[in-house]
Structures are given as C-alpha cells and as structure tokens.
Design a protein around this ligand. Structure first.
Ligand code: B1M
Length: 212
C-alpha cells in the first residue's frame, strides 16, 4: 500500500526517486490525483516554504522539493484529463515577468486542460508584450496570470494596461492567482476573476464564459 505520509516527507526532503515511487504506487491504487497533490504534496511545499522563511532551509532545498513535486506531477498530469470532446474555450497562461515559480501555474494549466480548455502555456518570467502578442495570435477567451512574489504582483496590472494599450482588453477575460494575490487585489487592478487554487480556477473560468 502506498505510504502517503512518506510522500509528504519525500517532497519535503526533495527526494525525487521516493516521490516518484510512492506516486506510482498511489496511482496503481487509484488514489485520486487531486488527493495526492492537495493532501500531501502542497503541504510539503508549504512546509519547505515556511522553513525557508524562518531561515531553516535555503534555495537549494526549495529547488529539490520543487524538482520532486514536478516529477510527481509529470506522472499525474495525464490522469487529470477530463472527458470533454469539445473545447470549452482557449486560455493563455503565464507567470508574470520577474517571477520564476511555475508549479502552481502548471497545475492550474493541467486542470484547465483536463477540464476541457485548450491551454497555451507561455511559461515563466513572461513580459507584458508576450502576453499581448499571444492574445493577438491565439485569440483566447481568457488570459490567466500567476505570481508567487509580492514584488511581482504589480506586473499583473502592467499586463492589463498593456492589453488596454493594444486595444484588446475587451476581447479577453483576465484571471489572476498565486499565493499573494487576493480577490480584492484582482478587483483593484481591474482583473475579471481571481482564484486561490487550481480547482477554483476551473470553476471561475467556466463561470466567466457562462458554461457552469
Ligand atoms: Co520561492 N518563494 N523564491 N522558490 N518558493 C516562495 C513563493 C515564498 C513564499 C517562500 C517563503 O519565503 N515562505 C517566497 C515569496 C515571499 C514573498 O514574495 N512574499 C519565495 C521567495 C522569496 C523566493 C526567492 C526570492 C528566493 C531567493 O532567491 N532568495 C526566489 C525568487 C525567484 C524568482 O521567481 N525570481 C525563489 C525561488 C524559488 C525556487 C526557484 C527555488 C522554487 C520554485 C521552483 C519552481 O516553481 N519551478 C521556489 C519554491 C518551490 C517556493 C515555495 C517553497 C513553493 C511554491 C510552490 O510550488 N507551491 C514557496 C513557498 C510557498 O508557496 N509556501 C516559495 C506549491 C504550488 C502547488 O502552490 O504555487 O501557491 P502555488 O499555486 C497554487 C495557488 O497559488 C494557485 O493555484 C495553485 C495550485 O493550487 N495559483 C493560481 C497559482 N497560480 C495561479 C494562477 C491562476 C489561478 C490560481 O490564474 C488564474
């Protein structure tokens, strides 16, 4: 039987091999990906973040935990696919300029994809003009922006301004998310929606496109 408490420890200590092994066992036992991610891996990432903040862990440890979690997500991603045959809409997603965090953003992208959205993932450290040209090129219904750093939150407003300046703000709904982002901040910068996690991001996206 998969020892999910050891999964927490494996991600926390950045042990990729154990993380992959236990994730494979959990998958073989039909444990829901959502459960594996939210009950065990996300708390481990929060704990390593807490230790970092307290000065008890350093960037290399953050990187190792991130590598372990990403390894497990590679296994879980195909299982997060839904049954939708038709696309609910197109989403462009990226982590804003100056921010290199991508685990949460990729989780949101996978959930959206799994639930029937076509997703164009622009990656990390995405400059305003790349969001703008992606909207022009792909004509998505939604732009999702992610950031985990308080220092890069204002970059989200800058992207919204860039969309306005390019005359395409009204063509897309803008959703924002990431640990320091709140509903109030989303309203303040003129975004159309906010979500605090990958599940609610899917719900919000559907709501914005009137398909709930
Ligand atoms: Co960084 N880091 N980090 N880090 N890191 C945080 C964010 C931090 C909170 C740690 C801490 O101090 N407690 C802190 C930010 C403090 C702040 O700004 N207030 C921090 C810092 C300071 C830094 C550096 C500055 C450290 C340094 O170099 N001195 C540096 C910055 C580099 C940069 O970006 N320019 C840095 C670097 C890194 C690593 C590269 C080592 C690594 C990232 C690796 C990677 O992503 N590939 C890393 C990590 C791993 C973390 C923590 C520990 C974990 C982040 C994570 O993956 N969480 C993090 C601490 C923490 O979060 N508790 C921390 C798991 C993930 C599933 O959750 O990303 O929150 P999350 O995503 C959620 C929701 O937020 C939401 O849904 C997701 C899924 O449920 N969501 C969205 C996210 N995006 C969304 C978009 C949407 C909707 C929902 O669109 C609509």
């Amino acid at each position: 039987m998969a020892n999910l408490d050891s999964l927490y420890q494996a991600v926390l200590s950045g042990n990729l091999q154990d993380t992959i092994e236990i994730t494979n066992e959990a998958v073989a036992e039909n444990i829901a990906p959502d459960n594996i991610i939210n009950q065990y891996m996300v708390p481990a990432m929060n704990e390593i973040g807490r230790r970092f903040e307290e000065g008890d862990a350093f960037v290399p440890e953050l990187l190792m935990s991130a590598r372990a979690m990403k390894g497990a997500l590679e296994i879980l991603k195909p299982l997060m696919s839904g049954e939708s045959a038709t696309s609910l809409g197109k989403v462009v997603i990226g982590t804003v300029k100056g921010d290199l965090h991508d685990i949460g953003k990729n989780l949101v992208a996978s959930m959206l994809e799994g639930c029937g959205f076509e997703v164009i993932n622009l990656g990390i450290d995405v400059p305003d003009e790349v969001f703008v040209s992606a909207v022009k090129e792909h004509s998505p219904q939604i732009v999702c922006m992610s950031t985990l750093l308080t220092t890069t939150m204002n970059q989200m407003q800058s992207v919204i301004e860039a969309l306005k300046n390019a005359g395409i703000r009204e063509q897309v709904k803008v959703m924002v998310g990431g640990a320091p982002v709140s509903e109030q901040f989303a309203l303040q910068i003129g975004a159309d929606g906010f979500s605090s996690n990958a599940n609610s991001a899917v719900y919000k996206a559907k709501e914005l496109l009137n398909c709930v």
